[in-house]
Design a protein around this ligand. Sequence first.
Ligand code: SF4
Length: 244
Amino acid sequence: MATNEAAVLGVTEKAARLTAEMEGMDTPELMRAVIEDLFPGRIALVSSFGADSAVLLHMVAQIDKATPVLFIDTRVLFEETLAYRDKLVAYLDLEKVIAIGPKPAMLAAEDPENFLWASDPNRCCEIRKVMPLAEALEGYDAWITGRKRFQAQTRGSLALFETEAGRVKVNPLAHWPAAKIIDYLDAFALPRHPLVAKNYLSISCIPCTSPVKPGEDPRAGRWRGSGKVECGLHTLPLYAGADI
Ligand code: SF4
């Protein structure tokens, strides 16, 4: 077995073991364990500063305000999202929010009119989201996402710990129902993303985000009518620099 293959296999076994060990653990306790004990200095929270993001950002702020938080600014985000990010960073006193995004030269070459989302949304997500995140995650052993099972059928069996490109991916809210998110936000009086009041329940780039109708999955407003359901951050191997 090649060394790299063995390393990936080792990480996969580690994720399965952690899921078995930590299933049922109180979420703030789990967050403290991954940040302080399992991956000290080697883990980042990836946050969209979207509809539910304040929950994990608040937990991080209680544990260590200097925990790296990676924010992907695709350059086509809502002004409300950028303002909400600034508001939450100040409110929670987060010390290490790192904005990442597409390379200007790549945008100039492939999407000078900001219209690639219409003709090739997969490539648009690759150059605006996947590739910047892959590069930013170099140097980390693990990252934390805010994905939840209730968000969409495609996330219905989401595990607490996964592996991707040789890293552990932690989904601390995987098992949280929507009501628990609301309860947490209310309990700590956390500011809400202003677009939630307009029925945007999953918020990303302007061209690919729309309000959700009653009874729809929270992510139904993403890429509406296109058949696309994920941006690639969670479906493609994140190899930094690779032209994926
Ligand atoms: S969500 Fe839409 S605009 Fe944003 S990167 Fe993906 S395809 Fe492009």
